[in-house]
Design a protein around this ligand. Structure first.
Ligand code: ADP
Length: 464
């Protein structure tokens, strides 16, 4: 099958979250199974600077954006995983430092930027030889494509994957004119959402199939509580939840170049001890069970549960290494705790890929008490590194961590439930034999993308 992916991120060239990782992993795994696969992305500044084998193609697109008629040249390169990447050049929109905005503020022109991108991908798809059968579009930035395809009666099937329903691409009604669509589509049955334009909603309603990144999240987003205002639209779609895979080469304790000692399941105890000692030394922490946290510091991630339960945990002699950035209040709270308990709490505010690896290897227990979690990645990394995850039983976390076998889960979104689960983990930590069994159960699992490919193939096959 020939599949063209449309997405606004691709790790490591353009990434703000899990979306970029999926675009690195899934197309490559489909390609390895013999499918024809390519990814279409905006030509961001960083992509131009770093994508392998990037060169201009003879293709030029011409896109109607409201009253303007804009051209775009198409570049072609190869991803780190060997997948063909088409990059759409329009410097006024994409030659920028960041993907979506600066200092927490969205760029003022994100609607024209990504509406332009959607039109351009559609036009590109018609020029490719062989022609793609499926346009697999991702998140709100590409979500207008299914409606454009339907409206133009183009012979493509469309699949929309939702990586996080909290981001929908909602814009003022005035921006609707940029789509070039008839006013008929600015109605609640299509793009209108309480008087504004909602691009993701359009994708949900017009894609031939919708997927999201875990079965648990697929169930949750049909409810009022997790549906972010579009659960009604989702109920009209054909929705499948497929758990994400991970990059098992990048996250492999046996070969990870950032660790002080490599290890596999047979040498987990000695290997982790060395990495833990190095981590404790690096941050000047005292010996004791060590908790790890690597996270965007936002409300989604349940940071307030950790903050509330921490005094009690610290009184039991545990330590915490936290790495993250985000909301100022959480950053401040973690900094303060590190100052108050210099021998027990370390907080590194910022983004640090290498430290993330060292924490996964050196911590004993990993914390993910998310309020909601479409899939989550760190619980997989943790299990692969023999670090036992304590997670809230929500979305992909509930699908991937088995309570009492590969980690600990809890349900209530409150500090007491989180504390209880963490204390259970600490108790088990005291039982070396059973702890090792749990570490091994996690380390032996297969989290590769290859395992997920048949599930996507099944979705593609159902498209009519
Ligand atoms: P989300 O996409 O909601 O942020 P995920 O768990 O799906 O959450 O993916 C987050 C990814 O970003 C993980 O690979 C995690 O290790 C990484 N990450 C998050 N914050 C940091 C940070 N401050 N430094 C390094 N890596 C981080």
């Amino acid at each position: 099958m020939n599949i063209l992916f449309a997405a606004s991120e691709l790790t490591p060239y353009a990434k703000t979250g899990g979306l970029g990782d999926v675009l690195a992993g899934l197309p490559a795994a489909l390609r390895a199974r013999g499918h024809g696969v390519a990814v279409a992305l905006p030509l961001y500044r960083r992509l131009r600077a770093s994508l392998k084998e990037l060169q201009r193609t003879p293709l030029t697109l011409s896109v109607e954006l409201g009253r303007r008629s804009l051209s775009a040249r198409v570049w072609q390169g190869v991803s780190r995983e060997g997948v063909t990447v088409f990059a759409i050049e329009r410097d006024e929109f994409f030659d920028r430092e960041n993907l979506y905005g600066v200092n927490g503020e969205d760029y003022f022109d994100n609607a024209p930027r990504f509406i332009f991108y959607c039109h351009a991908v559609m036009e590109l798809a018609g020029m490719l030889n062989p022609r793609p059968e499926v346009l697999h579009v991702n998140d709100w930035q590409a979500a207008l494509i299914p409606l454009l395809v339907k409206e133009a009666r183009l012979p493509f099937k469309t699949v929309l994957t939702i990586h996080n329903l909290a981001y929908q691409g909602v814009f003022p009604a005035a921006e609707f004119a940029l789509t070039g669509l008839a006013g008929f589509y600015f109605k609640p049955h299509a793009l209108e959402y309480y008087g504004r334009m909602n691009l993701l909603k359009g994708g949900i309603l017009f894609a031939d199939a919708v997927t999201t990144v875990s079965p648990g999240y697929a169930r949750e987003i049909l409810t009022e509580q997790y549906g972010c205002g579009v659960n009604g639209a989702l109920k009209q779609s054909v929705l499948t939840g497929i758990l994400n895979g991970i990059d098992t080469d990048l996250w492999n304790p046996a070969t990870d170049p950032w660790l002080v000692a490599n290890y596999d399941a047979r040498r987990v105890t000695a290997g982790k001890r060395k990495n833990k000692e190095a981590l404790l030394r690096e941050f000047g922490l005292a010996e004791g069970p060590l908790l790890g946290l690597i996270s965007r510091l936002t409300e989604q991630k349940g940071i307030e549960l950790i903050l509330a339960a921490l005094p009690e945990l610290l009184s039991r002699g545990v330590g915490l290494v936290a790495l993250g950035s985000g909301d100022a209040q959480y950053e401040e709270a973690l900094r303060k705790l590190a100052k108050q308990y210099p021998r027990q709490v370390a907080a590194r505010i910022g983004f640090d890929e290498q430290l993330a690896h060292r924490i996964e290897a050196g911590a004993d227990i990993f914390l993910m008490p998310s309020r909601f979690e479409p899939c989550g990645l760190n619980q997989f990394y943790s299990m692969r590194y023999g670090t036992v995850p304590v997670v809230r039983k929500v979305g992909g976390l509930g699908d991937s961590v088995e309570h009492g076998r590969t980690g600990f889960t809890f349900s209530g979104h409150n500090p007491e439930s989180f504390l209880e689960a963490t204390v259970s983990a600490l108790e088990l930590f005291g039982d070396r034999k059973r702890w090792k069994e749990m570490q091994m159960a996690g380390m032996r699992q297969d989290f590769s993308w290859e395992r997920r490919v048949p599930e996507y193939e099944r979705v593609y096959k159902t498209l009519k």
